[in-house]
Ligand binder design. Structure first.
Ligand code: TYD
Length: 218
């Protein structure tokens, strides 16, 4: 018994650059939470609710220069406001543990740092859209850029119509993302934990579970 409770549901986000293995880790995490007898809500951004998924399609498809960084930040944040109000908050109110694949730290890293909108501006936009609503825990999967990109390229061959614009950007963009995530973690040590993703999926999952137990277990 590790003492995770349905009556104190938590909002957990997973973050990281390309190829960090978030999707695999989130599925394994969900399995484990369910095994603890908890109800879960597994979701993702951009998207996660019908309206926000429509915005996701707008943002992720098409040419790299389709939107300015600021437009992208505002579109994704609009989707986030929708997702929080119509899916995340209702799930928490029902007692579900919410696990989200990316959340506002992705906007800070990708649009704020990567696309040069400015970290502070993107943070302000989050406050405008969400007030003081924040994850209870953010796990950042950290990986050297070269390793992440080679993993992402290997994965690419299995996708049919992958149109993810960000995976096509250059190495310095991904270095900026990584630095931005590490800065967020440094600035917000209570909310964020950085884990080294250059390991096996099993070992990484073990660490994720240990972090959650350490933070929320009885
Ligand atoms: P997705 O296919 O879900 O990729 P991943 O497996 O990397 O999560 O695509 C999401 C992409 O959207 C990813 O490249 C990061 C980007 N993104 C932003 O640029 N800003 C954001 O706020 C979010 C949530 C995602």
């Amino acid at each position: 018994m590790i003492g995770l409770h349905k009556d104190t549901p938590k909002f957990i986000t997973l973050e990281g650059g390309e190829g960090a293995g978030k999707s695999t880790q989130i599925k394994l995490l969900d399995d484990w939470l369910l095994e603890q007898g908890l109800a879960t809500c597994l979701t993702r951004e951009p998207g996660g609710s019908p309206g926000a998924e429509e915005i996701r399609n707008l943002v992720l498809k098409g040419a790299t220069d389709r939107w300015s960084g600021m437009t992208e930040a505002m579109l994704i944040t609009a989707g986030r406001a929708e997702h929080v109000e119509n899916r995340i908050k209702p799930a928490l109110e029902k007692g579900e543990w919410v696990v989200c694949d990316r959340f506002f730290d992705s906007s800070i890293a990708y649009q704020g740092a990567g696309r040069g909108v400015g970290v502070e501006r993107v943070k302000e936009l989050q406050t405008l859209a969400l007030g003081d609503f924040t994850p209870d825990l953010t796990i950042i999967l950290d990986l050297p850029v070269k390793i992440g990109l080679s993993r992402a390229i290997a994965r690419e061959s299995q996708k049919s119509d992958m149109e993810d614009r960000f995976e096509r950007m250059d190495v310095s963009f991904h270095e900026d993302l990584r630095a931005a995530y590490l800065k967020i973690a440094k600035d917000e040590p209570k909310r964020c934990v950085v884990l080294n993703a250059d390991t096996t999926p099993e070992a990484l999952q073990h660490e994720i579970r240990a972090v959650i137990t350490g933070k929320f277990g009885a």
